[in-house]
Design a protein around this ligand. Structure first.
Ligand code: FAD
Ligand code: NAD
Length: 396
C-alpha cells in the first residue's frame, strides 16, 4: 500500500512523546505507526533512584504502555531491537523484522564506563526497572549477610561512583533508607558507610556552586561521605581502586559516572560521538532524511557549540518536534527546526530536600522539593492525564 510506515524504537521519554503526538495529529489512514519496546511498560527513569534505594516501590516508576497509547491508532510490539539497518530500511527484532519508511530511534543510552576495568562486570547501574530491583535486593542482602559475618564491615560499605545528578539523587535516597535498614536488621548505624566518589574537583560539576555546597551539606548531615577529586580507576569484586592506588573495600558499587549512546547506533553505521548521533536541525541522522534520533542517543548543540546534557526534558521536547516533522513530511509540508527551551533543573536530595534552578531563580530545601514533586506530577499528567496522576503520583 502507499500508506507510509513509521516505526518508533523505544518507549522512553522521546519515543512515548513522539507516539502520543502522532496519535493525536495523524488523520485516519495517513500512516501506519508501530512502537517497539523491550518491555510492555514505560519506565519513569527520573524516579528510578527511589526504587533503587528502596524508598519507593518499582511499581510506582512504571506504567503499562497499553494505558498510555491508543492501540487502535498505534501498533505496539513488545520486542527487543537487535539491529538497525538503515540501508535496507529495516529493523531486526529478536523475533522478527520490521520495515519502515520513517524511523524514530529512542532506545535510550547505556552506562559509560570509559573503559575503566571491572565496572561492567562488578558495578550496578540505575537504568531500568530490572536494574533497580537488583540494586534494592542486593543492598538488603548485604545487611542480611553482615549479620552472619559481623567482622565483614565491607558488607555495610556502599560506594556510589560519580556525583552527577543521578549519583546525588541516589545517595539522598539511600541515606534516608539506611536508618530503616539498620532498624530492620538490628545493625549499628555507625558501621554503615555511604561514600560518593567524584573525579571532578566538585560534586555536580558545572552546576551553581552555592546550591552544590548546600546539597553536600544536606547529604553529609544524613551520613554521606564525599570523596571529591578522586577518580575511580578500577572496580573489583570486593571494592574499588581510586586516585593513586588507594583501595576501598566494599561489596556494593553503584556506577553513576555518566551515560553514552546505545550500541545499536554505532553498529548501524551512523556517525557518532560517544555513541550519540549529532542530529541535524530537524533531528535527523546526517545523510538519512527518514531517520530521526531522540533522547539520550541524540546530540544537539547550543549557540556556543556545547552539547545539551541528555535529559528527559530535552527528550520530550524532541518527541514533540519529531512528531511534527513526521506529519509535515507525510503531508509534503516544510519541516520545523528544533529549538530546545530549557525550563530548569531540580534535583532531589531525599525526603523533603532538593536543589534547583527554575524560572531563572534558585531554590533549595522544602520549596525545591515541592517544585520537584510538581514537575513529576506534570509529567504524569502530560503522558497519562489525571488518571495516571492519581494512580502513580507522589503527593507527600
Ligand atoms: P529512556 O527513557 O532511557 O527509554 C528508553 C526505552 O527504550 C526504554 O523503555 C527501554 O526499555 C527501551 N529499549 C532500550 N533498548 C531497547 C532495545 N534494544 N529494544 C527495544 N527497546 C529498547 N532528566 C530530567 O530531565 N530530569 C530529571 O529529573 C531526571 N532525573 C533522572 C534521574 C535518574 C535516576 C536517572 C537515571 C536519569 C534522570 N534524568 C532526568 C535523565 C533522563 O531520565 C534521561 O535523559 C531520559 O530517560 C532519556 O530518555 P530517552 O527517551 O532517551 O530513553
Ligand atoms: P553525568 O555525566 O551528569 O555525571 C557523571 C559524574 O561522574 C560526573 O560528575 C563525572 O565527573 C563523574 N565521573 C566520571 N568518571 C568518574 C570516575 N572514574 N570516578 C569518579 N567519578 C567519575 O551522569 P548522570 O548523573 O547519570 O546524569 C546523566 C544525565 O541525566 C545528565 O544529563 C543529567 O543532567 C541528567 N539527570 C538529571 C537529573 C535531574 O535533573 N534531577 C537527575 C539525574 C540525571
Amino acid at each position: 500500500s502507499s500508506i507510509p510506515k513509521i516505526v518508533i524504537l523505544g518507549a522512553g521519554y522521546g519515543g512515548v512523546m513522539t507516539a502520543l503526538r502522532l496519535q493525536k495529529q495523524l488523520n485516519y489512514n495517513e500512516a501506519d505507526v508501530t512502537l517497539v519496546n523491550k518491555h510492555d511498560y514505560h519506565y519513569i527513569t527520573t524516579h528510578l533512584h527511589m526504587p533503587a534505594a528502596g524508598t519507593d516501590s518499582p511499581e510506582n516508576a512504571r506504567v503499562s504502555i497499553s494505558k498510555l497509547i491508543d492501540e487502535f491508532k498505534i501498533d505496539f510490539v513488545k520486542s527487543t531491537v537487535v539491529q538497525i539497518r538503515p540501508q535496507d530500511r529495516k529493523v531486526i527484532l529478536e523475533d522478527g523484522t520490521l520495515s519502515y519508511d520513517y524511523l524514530v530511534i529512542g532506545v535510550g543510552g547505556e552506562p559509560e564506563t570509559f573503559g575503566i576495568p571491572g565496572l561492567k562486570e562488578y558495578a550496578l547501574n540505575i537504568r531500568s526497572i530490572n536494574s533497580v530491583r537488583l540494586i534494592r535486593e542486593h543492598i538488603e542482602y548485604q545487611f542480611a549477610k553482615y549479620k552472619r559475618e559481623p567482622h565483614r564491615t565491607d558488607y555495610l560499605t556502599f560506594i556510589v561512583g560519580g556525583a552527577g545528578f543521578t549519583g546525588i539523587e541516589f545517595v539522598g535516597e539511600l541515606a534516608d533508607r539506611i536508618p530503616q535498614l539498620c532498624r530492620e536488621f538490628d545493625v549499628d548505624p555507625q558501621l554503615v558507610k555511604l561514600i560518593n566518589i567524584e573525579a571532578a574537583p566538585t560534586a555536580l560539576p558545572g552546576f551553581d556552586p552555592e546550591l552544590v555546597e548546600y546539597a553536600m551539606d544536606v547529604l553529609r548531615k544524613k551520613g554521606v561521605t564525599f570523596r571529591i577529586g578522586t577518580p575511580i580507576k578500577e572496580c573489583k569484586p570486593d571494592g574499588v581502586i581510586v586516585g593513586e592506588g588507594e583501595e576501598i573495600k566494599a561489596q556494593t558499587v553503584i556506577w553513576t559516572g555518566g551515560i553514552r549512546g546505545n550500541r545499536l547506533i554505532e553498529e548501524a553505521g551512523f556517525e557518532t560521538m560517544r555513541g550519540r548521533v549529532k542530529v541535524d536541525e530537524y533531528l535527523r541522522a546526517p545523510g538519512h532524511d527518514n531517520v530521526y534520533v531522540v533522547g539520550d542517543n541524540s546530540l544537539v548543540f547550543n549557540e556556543e557549540g556545547r552539547p545539551y546534557p541528555p535529559t528527559a526534558q530535552i527528550a520530550m521536547q524532541q518527541g514533540v518536534a519529531v512528531a511534527h516533522n513526521l506529519v509535515a513530511s507525510i503531508r509534503n509540508q516544510a519541516l520545523k527546526k528544533f529549538e530546545y527551551k530549557h525550563k530548569g533543573t531540580v534535583a532531589s536530595l531525599g525526603k523533603g530536600e532538593a536543589i534547583g534552578i527554575a524560572f531563572g531563580k534558585k531554590y533549595k530545601g522544602w520549596t525545591a522539593a515541592q517544585l520537584k514533586k510538581l514537575i513529576d506530577l506534570r509529567y504524569l499528567f502530560i503522558i497519562g492525564g489525571i488518571p495516571l496522576v492519581l494512580r502513580k503520583g507522589k503527593f507527600f
